[in-house]
Design a binder for this molecule. Sequence first.
Ligand SMILES: [Zn+2]
Length: 429
Amino acid sequence: MSESYLLRGAKPLGGEPADVLVRDGAVAAIGSKVPAKGAEVVDADGLVLLPGLVDLHTHLREPGREDAETVESGTVAATLGGYTAVCAMPNTDPATDTAGVVEQVYRLGQEAGRCDVQPIGAVTVGRAGTQLAELGAMADSAAQVRMFSDDGDCVSDAVLMRRALEYVKAFDGVIAQHAQEPRLTEGAQMNEGALSGVLGLRGWPAVAEEAIIARDVLLAAHVGSRVHICHVSTAGSVEILRWAKSRGYPVTAEVTPHHLLLTEDLVASYDPIYKVNPPLRSEDDVAALRAALADGTIDAVATDHAPHPVEDKECEWLAAAMGMTGLETALPVVQQAMVDTGLLDWAGVADRMSVRPARIGRLAGHGRVPEVGAPANLTLYDPSTPWTVDPADTASRSRNTPYAGRTLPGRVVATFLRGRATVLSGKPQ
Ligand SMILES: [Zn+2]
């Protein structure tokens, strides 16, 4: 018998409270005083009901770095963060650059059964940036890959980027670009500016990101094929995206929760927990990113969840790996940066963290706002119970959260994947 739940008094998209009946994998009723009829009643008084979140940018590390994360552990973390679908980045070992490897990751996701895992295919063989991977074979595989990226590295060769855009156009694919001009960022450690000079760390100039975005929105327009810009981090990038969108160019973009909240000042501690790619930027950049997410210039929030084992993070700054975990904290961080500041309402959060990411990734069945007949991919969120982040209390196999000891404003209470509870009362099921 399939699971059935009555979410009593939930607020769909933060609106008026209603009873929401989940049955046979779908939303069966929304209204007042909906009878339970055998459904398990969940007290959702004061809780916001959102469509299940969709992450366009997750590093699950399997195959190859199971000491950092596995599909199983990463998807448990995802469900605790309210996600019902994650797109897995290809910088695994081996890279997901063939039909065989993307199918392997896809099947691991199905076996774990916690949230949908959509593999992202590598653009180039081994992510080496010299030869196009078999994009068509990955698209035709059981995983039906539509998004391709060399994330971790930039597709810096303009001819390869053009060919990739041309190739994926045939099957409505999208190239997700990690925008980082490699020569301008050789040995770069933190945002380039006054502070990098003071700290004696090699600077990572904004122009290294902006130059690639400018090139790629022009290439996408020229080819008539979709480009998606990963983890936008500078005010200048926002201006280029705004210009490209005003001209109708086929470009979408994402921002991470950490780039919406944290600034480069934290690097003064030399604590490598704050070492990330792209680097934390200035207060002005953060303000521009928030404004761009609010007005839709930036389409989506994506976590760039990047787990690393202790030995790769708890070392001196120069030796430390770049990256932060993010799945379990994304929604409360977005609440703090965007909702509590009045920049987005909950409908806006649903749009930027579920509806638009599902559309960009072409993830059928996800990104549907709660309505009768929609698949019951849902998240129940409590926006008014603050909690303090303890890195030891995480489902991720890695502990490299930048929010350790910080108090975040809310927490996911329940997550449903096609009507089945993957999280209830804040606990994995
Ligand atoms: Zn990246």
